[in-house]
Structures are given as structure tokens and as C-alpha cells.
Design a protein around this ligand. Structure first.
Ligand code: ADP
Ligand code: MG
Length: 394
């Protein structure tokens, strides 16, 4: 179902579709962006994550074609692309590069034998581009759902997430985890999903239906060094597993190590591998604890766990930065904020705070001002509740 703002967006998309193609759009799909409540840098350690879909989405309106071609007009870029499904390649034309996610999905769905013969489409999104709320996953998942629908098929939502991940890895060439595609595809309104990234199963965990919102704040800090730091952390986690295997031969990833097991042999790990392992192992436990706290309706405990997560990411995992710390500090200074932490890979990007609705106004006024005083940067806020995952809406 569309929310009020999506309904308005769809009206514009429909009229754009008419102008572009001289006919009406028959099918409409939506897929949301996402935010991770807790469970950071646990996914590539086979651990748990706890994301929610947000009330920002990609909408695609389309009608079938029969000539093996896909034409798409991107409202956000005011630009069209046209490609043949057979032999589709990524484009390096900067004006059309946004279409690589659409091309990627056409490529992977064809490889999976979905039988579609082309489409005219208009795509439009209000997930901020490139700020860590996964506009790319929203685009992949919505596109996949479109091609399945045009093929007259249904698709299992976990399969859709896996295909979107393959598309991004193999066609776009970015080595991503499964979380973003998974939550965009399977998100549940008013719930976060506790996802086991090893088994790819999940448990829906209820968020309070009233009284509290998630507030995402973008630092607007341009990220540098993310890729090389990311690779370093991954290899430090692998080193930790190799050393810990001497004591615990049954483990294959940090996910298999309990907090107590790690504490017992911590000194065997050299710095900074020890600190990295400590973050991952404690964060994995915090993620499970947060799911329990949400089920118990214990928001104070949730906030505590979020705060601890930030401290662990900053000190032990060393992926925070001054801007994230300032923004988290500003959020925590507002009465009615249960907790705040960085969310996403780090070195910039966004924070997430759990905020009592009665505190939202003060938060919106004070936090950006405090942050601007400290850094000279503008924090952009997104207030959201947990939204439904991808769906066909027409
Ligand atoms: P993030 O996923 O954090 O938002 P990415 O760099 O992974 O950032 O993905 C952003 C890219 O996804 C854009 O550069 C564009 O290629 C594609 N994209 C996302 N939303 C749209 C949109 N509304 N229209 C066209 N392309 C989009
Ligand atoms: Mg992305």
C-alpha cells in the first residue's frame, strides 16, 4: 500500500508516463530504502543485523513492450535510457550511469529465465541518493519485481533479495552484503527484522506503534577511505578467526564466538585485531539483546544498547569520525532521546536515534543547530516509522 506522499508522487509519475510514452502505465511497483537499528559490521562475520524499511522509496511505473527493449525515464535525473535485454552491458555514459542498477536486474532476471519481453518505465525515488539509506537496493528490488511481474511470475522475496545482491556484485561490480536487498524486499510495517546473515532467515520484531520514531540524521560529511578501511577490517576479522580457532576449533566466523569465550582468550589476539573482534562479538550479542528489548517494549534498554553500539564502533572498531560523534552527542543531549548511534559503514553517512514523539520538535530544532555549531555542516533529518517491503501496488 502507498502512503500519502507516495500517492502524490505516483500522480506525477503517471502524468510523466503519459507525456513520455503517450499511454498509461499498467503496473506500479515500490521498494523502500532502509536503516539499520543495530548490528553494524556483523554481516560479513556471518552475524545478526536488525534493519527496518523506511518511509522513503523507489516507485516504478511501467507497461510492457514486445521488442526486447527497456526504455526508462528517471525523474530524479531528468534523463532517459534505452537498452536491449539480450547482451545488456553496464553503461559508462555518465548521464545514464544511474541505469546500471536497472540493467543489472534485467541481466540477472533473464539469466534466471524470467520471460519478459521489454518495458517502458518511469522511475522516481525519494530515498536520498548515496547517503547510506540504500537507494540502490530500493532500485534493484523494485526493478526485479517489475521484471518478474512483466514475466507473469511471482518471485519469493528472499530469492528476489539474493538476485538483487548477485546483480550488484556481478554486474555493477560492488561486493555488497545481503542486508540492504533483504530488508527492502522483506520489510514489515511497524517492525524491524532480526536477520541471520548466515542462514538468511529472519524474525520480525515489533516496534512500538505509537509514541516513538526513528530519526535518521545525515552528517553530510564526504566520505574518504571507506573502501580501504573496510578491506582492512574484513581481513582483521579473518585474522581473529584464525587465531581463535586454536582454542575453539569448531568456529568458522566471529559469529560463532560468545562474549565469554572471547573474554577468556582475548590476550592471545594482537592489537588491533583484539579490539576489532571485541566489537563484532559484543555487537552481535547487542543485536540479539535489542531484539529481546523491543519485544519486551523496553525502550530504555534499546537506547542503552544503541549507545553502547556507537561507543564500540568508535573505540574498538575505529570507524566513526568527529562528525558522527558530534551528531550522536547532540542527539543524546535532547530529553526524550532513548539512544543514538552511527548507522552504516562509518566515516560519515548517517546516525539513527530513537526519539519519543513528544521530543521530535525539540530534536528537529536543536540537533541541527548544535551540529552546525560544532562542525559547520548541515545535518539533514529524516523522521520515519518502519515501512512495508517491496510490493506491486497496481
Ligand atoms: P545509496 O545506496 O547509499 O543511496 P549508492 O551509491 O549505493 O548509494 O546508490 C545510489 C545510486 O543508485 C545512484 O547513483 C543511482 O545510480 C541509483 N539510484 C538510486 N535511486 C535512484 C533514482 N531515484 N533514480 C535513478 N537512479 C537511482
Ligand atoms: Mg547502495
Amino acid at each position: 500500500m502507498l502512503n500519502a506522499s507516495e500517492k502524490l508522487r505516483l500522480q506525477e509519475i503517471d502524468s510523466t508516463f503519459l507525456t513520455q510514452y503517450g499511454r498509461a502505465a499498467e503496473v506500479v511497483l515500490r521498494a523502500p530504502g532502509r536503516v539499520n537499528l543495530i548490528g553494524e559490521h556483523t554481516d560479513y562475520n556471518d552475524g545478526y543485523v536488525l534493519p527496518a524499511a523506511i518511509e522513503r522509496s523507489m516507485l516504478i511505473a511501467c507497461s510492457p513492450r514486445t521488442d526486447g527493449k527497456v526504455q526508462a525515464f528517471a525523474v530524479n535525473y531528468n534523463y532517459s535510457t534505452l537498452f536491449s535485454i539480450d547482451g545488456v552491458q553496464p553503461t559508462s555514459d555518465t548521464r545514464e550511469r544511474w541505469s546500471n542498477y536497472l540493467r543489472a536486474m534485467a541481466w540477472v532476471m533473464k539469466r534466471e529465465n524470467f520471460d519478459f519481453a521489454g518495458a517502458d518505465c518511469v522511475i522516481q525515488g525519494d530515498v536520498p541518493l548515496g547517503s547510506g539509506l540504500s537507494s540502490s537496493a530500493a532500485m534493484l528490488v523494485a526493478s526485479g519485481l517489475m521484471f518478474a511481474t512483466l514475466a507473469g511470475s511471482t518471485i519469493d522475496p528472499v530469492k528476489l533479495a539474493l538476485l538483487a545482491q548477485q546483480a550488484e556484485r556481478e554486474f555493477v561490480g560492488v561486493n555488497v552484503g545481503i542486508m540492504d536487498q533483504y530488508i527492502s524486499s522483506l520489510g514489515k510495517a511497524n517492525h524491524a527484522l532480526l536477520i541471520d546473515t548466515r542462514s538468511l532467515t529472519y524474525k520480525a520484531v515489533p516496534l512500538p506503534e505509537t509514541g516513538v520514531s526513528m530519526v535518521i540524521a545525515d552528517t553530510n560529511k564526504k566520505r574518504g577511505l571507506v573502501d580501504s578501511e573496510y578491506n582492512t577490517r574484513r581481513s582483521e576479522c579473518e585474522q581473529a578467526v584464525v587465531i581463535l580457532k586454536q582454542t575453539y576449533p569448531e568456529i568458522t566466523a566471529l559469529r560463532d564466538v560468545s562474549v565469554a569465550q572471547l573474554a577468556a582468550v582475548e590476550e592471545q589476539l594482537p592489537a588491533p585485531v583484539r579490539q576489532r573482534a571485541r566489537h563484532v562479538v559484543t555487537e552481535n550479542q547487542r543485536t540479539l539483546d535489542m531484539a529481546d528489548a523491543l519485544e519486551a517494549g523496553d525502550l530504555a534498554r534499546c537506547g542503552e544498547l544503541m549507545n553502547q553500539s556507537h561507543e564500540s564502533l568508535a573505540r574498538d572498531y575505529a570507524v566513526s569520525c568527529r562528525e558522527l560523534d558530534e551528531l550522536v552527542g547532540a542527539a543524546r543531549s535532547i530529553p526524550g532521546v532513548y539512544g543514538a548511534r552511527m548507522t552504516g559503514a562509518g566515516f560519515g553517512g548517517c546516525t539513527i536515534s530513537l526519539v519519543a514523539d513528544t521530543a521530535l520538535e525539540e530534536f528537529s530544532q536543536r540537533v541541527p543547530a548544535l551540529y552546525n555549531d560544532a562542525t559547520g555542516l548541515e545535518a539533514v533529518l529524516t523522521v520515519t516509522r518502519a515501512a512495508q517491503g517491496a510490493e506491486r501496488v497496481r
